[in-house]
Ligand binder design. Structure first.
Ligand code: NI
Length: 155
């Protein structure tokens, strides 16, 4: 495994729509393993492949409920609403309130190409929505309703 560089929001890779993952091969597994190591080092909750410069639909999430790999994820149901402070590893120092669905049901493939479905809520649901936005070239800062001072919020 190796650490990858997390791109800053100014990098144009972060505004591109990503292509589906088609090959579930060793190249994908190395990417995912590298993303896992990079996410742990950065102490984040989620990371999308475009954040390390790979324009493919692959995401990893770890919000303390185990590590999930979402390949070609699709949100198939959304319900409720939550408003909370959000940040992004590609936008260091920027934090702000974003309203998201409280619950989402998504389907995705695992690293071997097997489809699975999962229903999540709260922070996990927020993270799925945030990471799926990355795959569309969309950053959370475009959704922020009110930016906050991180020192005051103690995040
Ligand atoms: Ni992000």
């Amino acid at each position: 495994m190796a650490l990858r560089t997390i791109l800053n929001k100014r990098d144009e890779a972060l505004s591109k729509v990503c292509r589906p993952v088609e090959k579930f091969d060793e190249k994908l597994w190395i990417l995912l393993d590298d993303m896992i190591e990079t996410l742990k080092k950065a102490d984040g909750a989620g990371l999308a492949a475009p954040q390390v410069g790979i324009l493919r639909r692959a995401v990893i999430i770890d919000v303390g409920e185990g590590l999930y790999e979402l390949i070609n994820p699709e949100i198939i149901e959304k319900s409720g609403s939550q408003r909370d402070v959000e940040g992004c590893l590609s936008c260091p120092g920027e934090w702000g309130y974003v309203t998201r669905a409280q619950k989402v049901k998504f389907k995705a493939q695992d690293r071997n190409g097997n489809w699975y479905e999962k229903e999540v809520e709260g922070l996990f649901a927020r993270c799925v929505q945030h990471e799926c936005d990355h795959l569309e070239g969309k950053l959370f800062v475009s959704l922020v309703e009110e930016f906050v001072d991180v020192e005051e919020e103690k995040l």
